[in-house]
Design a protein around this ligand. Structure first.
Ligand SMILES: *Cc1c(COP(=O)(O)O)cnc(C)c1O
Length: 438
């Protein structure tokens, strides 16, 4: 008999999982499952890495990736700016006193409520995306409202079509092609014709989960040439250039990593070269990482409800597409592991599926899990900090999981679990019928 037989934990393939200094089994016992955990130090260190890589640039966190008050407070403290795209996100930023001059408002279809929220809070820059928007914003805006124009640089991002946003034929931005009705020249003329608006720069965002730095470099070159075109055509020199976000993260081991150092170097060189060539002053650069700041800082923990061994083995857990729709939306692939470490069972490929009434409700396909996985086990899915909480739904009237910040073994609830009372709150069982007549 060996020591490993007496102490099974010594024989484990993997040790019990620890997250930000806290044993994950204890986190799950305290906060229940499913639950999203977010490592505060990891978010802060990603934010710092961006600021250090591009010390002269403005780094704006794309709030849509994870928009909760607790996280926005960390982002504000780290000196980042913030991208918003709705009155709701502005309200969240406002709830933590996020400095308005560091907020940008985006979106291809801003409503009057979005504009009003932005103007009332004094949001620094509004990025306009259509001639209709420019016409609607002009009369609402306070004098001197800074505006940037979203451009379609026609750079293919090499990513999923649903998150590729920089080419012709998708809904975002103004075309550089002057034969297209809503082109950049018409947008510039329209903004300049609104006395309340001050045109300060151009913006582009080529897509999300883009790992190729050369795509961003090409966009930077095209945008610099576009700044030169605007100066030649309209005699205005724009001082701001926003190259958007979309920097890829590795969801699984072996996924391509985004080379932040290489990005910073190549963008800086490309812009310096193009601006010199066109005799332009170097614009102030803004970049907008969302996923790259928070994705890898997050982890979601589920409890196994059942293990069904058929032609494939399905490990069904107590969450699913309501807390992670990304596999169903974009075919996103995830890793999953057992939280307990002590097993001598061999690993075999299994599908981790959710509890929702659709067969596309899959969390992780073909992941190796120990053959002794059973109901009651805890499963952890890493890299869930971005576009999980923010993309969540109440499908099947399943309450959304809490978001719990963890730092050095101490956990703080940032967003509590959604209860059945929450789910019933908007119902109006005794609603009064209202007559709507012509
Ligand atoms: C979504 C979005 C981002 C952030 O994208 P990530 O992939 O999370 O980095 C940045 N800017 C704009 C305008 C966006 O729409």
């Amino acid at each position: 008999m060996t020591l490993a037989d007496i102490l099974p934990s010594l024989a484990c393939a993997e040790p019990e999982l620890v997250f930000a200094g806290a044993p994950v089994g204890r986190l799950a016992a305290r906060f229940g499952t499913p639950a999203h955990f977010i490592d505060e130090d990891a978010v802060r260190s990603r934010a710092r890495a961006y600021r250090e890589a591009l010390p002269d640039a403005e780094v704006a966190f794309a709030g849509k990736a994870l928009c909760t008050a607790g996280v926005l407070r960390w982002i504000a403290e780290e000196g980042l700016s913030l991208d918003t795209c709705s009155a709701g996100e502005i309200a969240m930023a406002r709830s933590v006193g996020f400095p308005a001059e560091r907020i940008l408002l985006h979106g291809n279809a801003k409503t009057p409520e979005d504009f009003k929220a932005a103007i009332e809070y004094g949001v620094g820059r509004i990025v306009v995306d259509s001639l209709d928007e420019i016409a609607q914003l002009g009369p609402l805006a306070r004098a001197g409202q800074q505006v940037m124009i979203r451009v379609t640089p026609d750079v293919a991002a090499d990513t999923h079509a649903a998150i590729s946003t920089g080419t012709e034929g998708q809904k975002f931005g103004f075309s550089l092609d002057r034969s297209v009705p809503e082109n950049l020249d018409r947008a510039v003329a329209a903004v300049l014709a609104q006395p309340s608006l001050r045109l300060t720069g151009l913006h582009c965002h080529i897509g999300s989960q883009v790992s190729r730095v050369d795509r961003f470099e090409l966009a930077a070159r095209k945008m610099a040439a576009t700044l030169a075109h605007v100066r030649e055509t309209f005699g205005v020199t724009l001082r701001q250039l926003d190259l958007g976000g979309g920097h890829a993260v590795a969801y699984r081991e072996g996924d391509p990593e985004f080379d932040l150092g290489g990005y910073a170097r190549r963008i800086r060189i490309a812009l310096a070269f193009e601006c010199t060539r066109h005799g332009l002053p170097l614009p102030r650069l803004t970049i907008e990482p969302g996923r790259a700041i928070v994705a890898s800082a997050g982890m979601t923990v589920y409890r196994v409800c059942s293990v069904k061994r058929g032609s494939r083995t399905f490990v069904a857990v107590d969450g699913g597409m309501s807390d992670n729709p990304r596999p169903a939306l974009y075919g996103a692939r995830y890793h999953a592991r057992l939280v307990r470490g002590h097993t001598k069972a061999s690993h075999v490929p299994m599908s981790v599926v959710g509890r929702h009434c659709e067969s596309g409700d899959v969390l992780a396909e073909n992941v190796p899990l120990p053959s002794d996985v059973h109901a009651g086990d805890l499963i952890a899915v890493p890299c869930t900090g971005a576009y999980h909480h923010s993309l969540g739904s109440n499908y099947n009237l399943v309450g959304r999981p809490p978001v719990v910040g963890v730092r050095a073994g101490t956990a703080t609830v940032l967003v509590r679990r959604e209860s059945e009372d929450d789910l019933l709150r908007r119902e109006c069982p005794a609603g009064m019928p209202v007559e709507i007549t012509a």
